[in-house]
Ligand binder design. Sequence first.
Ligand code: CA
Ligand code: CA
Length: 161
Amino acid sequence: MMLPKRLIVGLISLCFMIRCTGGNERCGASIRGACPPAWSQWGDKCYQKHSEKLPWAEAKQECIKMGSVLVMPQSQEETDFLQKILAPYFRINCNDLQVEGTWVCQDGTTDVEYRNWRDGEPSNGGGREDCAAAGKSGWNDVPCDNLAPVICQRPAPQLHF
Ligand SMILES: [Ca+2]
Ligand SMILES: [Ca+2]
């Protein structure tokens, strides 16, 4: 039987994490798998930069095609990692398309409270800045149809037992 190369690589690089609760009687263990080839890992997430700069709607679609979603960092640490490894500037899954000034930021389908607007932002410049992007000095709202670098994210494979 031929195993996919990806699976073999994943199995070889499995990382075992043992966590014990209350004394040493009950121990729970989880196995965190490595991200697939070409995906970078930080914590429980895998990331890949898309090869093209895209408008927001296309960015969302391209990430879904890759079995992932548009990135939504939840901390400065996560943002720092992405800016260092993948792109200094990138779209995030955050918009005020529905209600002007009410920002909806989602990690997959989970609402994210974390905000990191740059001084003076969001500015809704020209009345048409409804999509957010993360840069070195914080977030800026920009037009959704602007071309911007795209990072997609997916959960790292994980097993609990
Ligand atoms: Ca806006
Ligand atoms: Ca702006």
